[in-house]
Design a protein around this ligand. Structure first.
Ligand code: SF4
Length: 370
C-alpha cells in the first residue's frame, strides 16, 4: 500500500515486523491527569479525581505495550492522555521526540496523522449517517488536498488491507457485524499512515468468536506497516497473545511493568498475581486445582486514594509500612519493574526472592534505558 504524502513523520526504513529496541517512539514521563471536583454553593474546587497519577513508561518502535487493569483503573484515560485527547495536568508525552503536551493547537493538528486511535465500541464510534467510504475517507478530507479519485483509491487500499470487500464502500455501518465495523474503524485509523496507534479495548464489544480475528488483523497490520501499539484491555489472555511488554495499572498508577513472559510466568506485585489467578486455564485439571487470589473489598475512590500504597486496602500481603509510605517503582529483575514494599523488605534483609543482586532505584523509564 502506498503511503499518502500527508504531513506525517513516518520514518523511512523502520524495521518492519520487529520491535526496534534502540528507538523509543513514545516517552511518557510523570503523566498526571486529574479531573477537578467542585462542590458547595459557590462551586469551589474541593478535590480531584486522580485518574492517572504519576505514570512513566516508554514504547519502542514496532512494539506493542499492553495496559491491563480493572475497570476504572485509568488505563483508557491514560491512552487518551497520551494522544492528548485530554489536556494533561502534569508531565510530558514525547512522540517521535516531540512533546505533544506543549504543542499549539495547529501544530497538534499537524501531528495527529502520525498518532491515531481505535475505539472500544465500533457501533458508537462510527457515524451511522456516513457511508463506509466517507468514514474511512474523513481523515483524508481533513489532512490532504487529494482529488476524489485519489482518495477513493486510498479508501479501496485500506479496505483491502483490513479485509473488507470493496463493494461495501457505499453501505452504512448498520449493515455490518461488530467485527466488520471494527475493521472500518481500523481502516479509518490507518488512513493517514500513522506510526503509533492506541487501541482502546478494541475487542471488548465484540463476540468472542470475532475477537481473535480482530487481534490477528492488528498483528498483521503491525507487521505490514511497522506500527507501534498501546493495547489497552482487561482481557489478560488476549494481551498475552499480542503484547511484547505489559503494564499493570491500579488506581491510576502503574504497579508493575515487565516483558510479557516474565509478567505472566513470575509476577512480582500482589495485584498482578490476583489478576492472573482469575484468568481461566484451557486445561480443566489446572483450572480446578489452581490457587485463586480473591481480592476483598472495592477499589477505593480515585478522588480519595489510601495513604501509602494504593493497594493496601485490598492486598492479601499488606504490611504496616504499606499504610504509611508509597512504595517506589524499582527494577527488581532485568526489565521487570514493580512498586511494592515486599521486595524492599526482603532486599533489606538480604533474602530477596528476586534474582537481581543489585537493584536500581529508578523510575520505570530510567530503568528501561539501562
Ligand atoms: Fe501489598 Fe504492601 Fe506491596 Fe502494596 S506495598 S502491594 S500493600 S505488600
Amino acid at each position: 500500500m502506498n503511503a499518502p504524502d500527508t504531513p506525517t513523520d513516518t520514518a523511512p526504513g523502520i524495521g518492519q515486523n520487529a520491535t526496534d529496541r534502540s528507538r523509543k517512539l513514545v516517552e511518557v514521563k510523570n503523566l498526571k491527569l486529574y479531573f477537578p471536583v467542585y462542590g458547595g454553593l459557590l462551586r469551589r474546587h474541593v478535590g480531584d479525581v486522580k485518574a492517572v497519577d504519576d505514570v512513566s513508561f516508554d514504547i519502542y518502535e514496532g512494539e506493542t505495550l499492553g495496559i491491563v487493569g480493572e475497570s476504572g483503573c485509568g488505563k483508557s484515560t491514560c491512552g487518551r492522555a497520551v494522544l492528548r485527547l485530554y489536556e494533561l495536568t502534569e508531565g510530558s508525552v514525547r512522540i517521535a521526540g516531540e512533546d505533544i503536551a506543549t504543542l499549539s493547537p495547529e501544530k497538534l493538528r499537524r501531528k495527529r496523522p502520525s498518532m491515531q486511535m481505535v475505539f472500544q465500541d465500533p457501533q458508537a464510534s462510527l457515524n451511522p449517517r456516513m457511508t463506509v467510504a466517507s468514514i474511512i475517507g474523513e481523515p483524508l478530507d481533513e489532512h490532504t488536498d487529494w482529488s476524489r479519485a485519489r482518495k477513493l483509491e486510498r479508501i479501496y487500499e485500506l479496505m483491502d488491507a483490513v479485509g473488507l470487500n470493496r463493494d461495501y464502500a457505499n453501505r452504512y455501518p448498520h449493515a455490518f457485524s461488530g467485527g466488520q465495523r471494527q475493521r472500518i474503524g481500523i481502516a479509518r485509523a490507518l488512513a493517514l499512515n500513522p506510526r503509533f496507534i492506541v487501541c482502546d479495548e478494541p475487542i471488548a464489544a465484540l463476540d468472542v468468536s470475532i475477537q481473535a480475528q480482530v487481534v490477528n488483523l492488528l498483528e498483521e497490520l503491525q507487521e505490514q506497516f511497522g506500527l507501534t501499539y498501546m493495547f489497552i484491555s482487561h482481557d489478560l489472555s488476549m494481551v498475552r497473545h499480542i503484547a511484547d511488554r505489559v503494564a499493570v495499572m491500579y488506581l491510576g498508577k502503574i504497579v508493575e511493568l515487565a516483558p510479557v513472559s516474565m509478567l505472566y510466568e513470575s509476577p512480582l506485585h500482589p495485584y498482578t498475581e490476583a489478576l492472573l489467578s482469575a484468568v481461566p486455564e484451557a486445561d480443566p485439571f489446572t483450572e480446578t486445582h489452581k490457587e485463586r487470589v480473591v481480592l476483598k473489598g472495592d477499589v477505593p475512590s480515585p478522588s480519595n486514594p489510601p495513604k501509602g500504597c494504593n493497594f493496601c486496602t485490598r492486598c492479601p500481603k499488606v504490611m504496616e509500612i504499606c499504610r504509611q509510605f508509597e512504595p517506589p517503582v524499582r527494577e527488581h529483575r532485568p526489565g521487570q519493574f514493580a512498586a511494592c514494599h515486599l521486595y524492599e523488605e526482603t532486599r533489606t534483609a538480604g533474602t530477596s526472592g528476586v534474582t537481581r543482586s543489585e537493584h536500581n532505584e529508578t523510575s520505570v523509564q530510567q530503568g528501561e534505558d539501562a
